[in-house]
Write a protein that binds this ligand. Structure first.
Ligand code: IPE
Ligand code: IPE
Ligand code: MG
Length: 250
């Protein structure tokens, strides 16, 4: 075991630190089915899903992964029954309030991606508070995609850029990938190296449409509340087997 590896808490010996993804993104899917299979209301799955996310965040930090982005609520999820949407908004708020101290202790820098202005005011307050309090933390960048839509994100960026061009402060030829990225919700984040989706669905559901251009995809049938360290370890092993060619030849 190398010195670097022993410094990473509990990193399984078959994982090579140098070949780990720097940034992992997760579509946390299957909470409702997890609960329904147990004869429980869907919201119980969401509650359990929070514990799974907390464990994964800690695991990423232990294993030296620099960034985790989690899809918590899509712009399309407003179409669910009001009761479920209300439960989720209250859950997000409660979790943020409850976990802030722990995030500080773990050096987590929390960020949010999405149309935050449309969220309930009391949730926005917790979002602002947690972002402000953790902005200098260097342990891991944890981005929560909340009221997030990839298409909306791209349209917003286009609008902001068009506005600058109209004002005469930006030349159309100056618009390139680097500039475009500065207008995304995820400005300043690296692109995910690995995207994990639980519950077996083979789709991106409007998640990080721009940022996933060269991410490796890993889909597991496991439902989100059951996605534990062992499952994550498997995903990372699969990632390490991938030949990332980025359009060139290996
Ligand atoms: C993912 O689980 C959580 C959110 C979308 C908020 P689901 O609620 O989509 O669970 P399934 O897919 O219906 O089982
Ligand atoms: C994607 O899951 C959104 C989140 C995990 C927050 P959905 O359950 O909403 O996606 P679809 O409806 O199966 O595409
Ligand atoms: Mg789902």
């Amino acid at each position: 075991m190398t010195a670097k590896q022993s410094a990473l808490k509990d990193l399984p010996p078959d994982l090579e630190p140098a070949r780990l993804p720097q940034h992992v993104a997760v579509i946390m899917d299957g909470n409702g089915r997890w609960a329904q299979r147990r004869g429980m209301p869907r919201i119980m799955g969401h509650r359990r899903g929070v514990d799974t996310l907390k464990d994964l965040l800690r695991c990423c930090k232990d294993w030296g992964i620099k960034a985790l982005t989690a899809y918590a609520f899509s712009t399309e999820n407003w179409g669910r029954p009001l009761e479920e949407v209300d439960f989720l908004m209250t859950l997000f708020e409660r979790v943020l309030r409850k976990e802030l101290r722990e995030m500080q202790a773990e050096e987590v820098q929390i960020r949010f991606a999405g149309n935050l202005a449309a969220l309930p005011a009391s949730l926005r307050l917790e979002i602002d508070r947690s972002m402000e309090a953790t902005r200098h933390n260097q342990g891991i960048v944890f981005t929560v995609a909340t009221n997030y839509g990839g298409r909306q994100e791209i349209i917003n960026a286009c609008r902001a850029i068009a506005h600058q061009v109209q004002q005469g402060t930006l030349q159309p030829d100056a618009v390139d990938e680097a500039l475009f990225e500065q207008h995304l919700y995820t400005a300043g984040n690296s692109d995910p190296d690995l995207l994990i989706r639980t519950s077996g669905e083979m789709r991106v559901s409007n998640f990080l449409l721009w940022q996933l251009a060269y991410s490796e995809f890993y889909v597991t049938d496991t439902l989100w509340p059951d996605f534990d360290r062992t499952e994550f370890h498997q995903a990372l092993c699969a990632f390490q087997q991938r030949d990332r060619r980025f359009g060139t030849l290996s």
